[in-house]
Design a protein around this ligand. Structure first.
Ligand SMILES: C[S@@+](CC[C@H](N)C(=O)[O-])C[C@H]1O[C@@H](n2cnc3c(N)ncnc32)[C@H](O)[C@@H]1O
Length: 255
């Protein structure tokens, strides 16, 4: 398995020899790919980073990835980025209605907020990311894509949600959680207006993923709220028997 991120081809650990990877890329992607790296570590740190081993071509891990006609500058060694979420970002952006306030938690280098900014008529998008490198690329990407309605905040999501700064502010909240840290739904609902949409991302084993995640959601739901699942699907495989999934939730707060 491999991904093309900007002008870099990234191969999963131990699946191809260096020669096989180079031959394959030169045969199929010689015009667009300038370097090849192998993943050389598992994902580590709460910033969901990986280490990479250089195999061929230019040695820099910085690149500009093009997706949905938008540009995302990033450094593989310093930030999380998955090109496999391209369709998901567009799917969500196309649901955003005119004049919505949108809150994006765990924003990374900005692909969700920037796609929403360019593919909807949202009034304001607030997006939060803790990794300083990702935050800096996010600011660059806002400029690169000429977005005027995004405010990027470098902060811990938990602190922002606890501060009540955006209490009852959002029409829609995106929660593309990092793996292993998916307990913010209750706090996030406080930022939602009396009625709103949450795009809740989680991880689950393949068997019964839908029921498993739905149970987790129900457990986190405050008593004064009703919940309707509008849509759910597998977003991507992230390992053998491990899925990244999304639930679109309509939440109503009862008075
Ligand atoms: C799964 S990635 C999603 C990134 C981005 N939404 C995307 O699609 O590329 C999770 C992101 O959350 C960030 N993060 C992890 N813990 C955080 C926290 N407590 N507060 C804010 N951001 C955090 C990580 O640095 C990472 O960029």
């Amino acid at each position: 398995m491999f991904d093309i991120i900007g002008q870099i081809a990234v191969f999963k650990k131990g699946q191809y020899s260096k020669k096989q990877a180079i031959d394959f890329i030169l045969k199929n992607y010689s015009k667009s790919v300038k370097s090849i790296f192998f993943e050389s570590s598992k994902t580590y740190s709460k910033f969901r980073l990986k280490k990479y081993m250089w195999v061929w071509g230019e040695k820099s891990t910085e690149t500009i990835h093009k997706e949905n006609k938008l540009f995302f500058k990033l450094d593989l060694n310093k930030v999380f980025f998955s090109p496999r979420l391209a369709y998901e970002r567009l799917r969500v952006a196309q649901q955003v209605k005119k004049n919505e306030n949108v809150l994006v938690l765990f924003a990374g280098v900005g692909p969700f907020p920037i796609t929403i900014s360019k593919y909807s008529k949202a009034k304001k998008i607030i997006a939060i990311e803790l990794n300083n490198s990702a935050y800096k690329f996010f600011l660059e990407n806002i400029k690169l894509n000429r977005c005027s309605n995004i405010e990027a905040i470098r902060a811990d999501v938990k602190k922002i949600l606890n501060s009540k700064k955006f209490c009852n502010w959002a029409d829609r909240i995106l929660m593309p959680h990092p793996y292993g840290d998916t307990k913010y739904l209750k706090l996030a609902i406080k930022c939602l207006k009396n009625e709103g949409i949450i795009h809740y991302y989680d991880f689950a084993k393949t068997k019964n993923w839908s029921q498993t995640v739905f149970n987790k959601i129900k457990k986190q739901l405050p008593k004064n709220c009703t919940l309707k699942v509008l849509y759910s699907k597998i977003v991507r495989d992230i390992g053998p028997n491990l899925l990244n999934v999304v639930f679109d939730l309509k939440i109503k707060k009862l008075k």
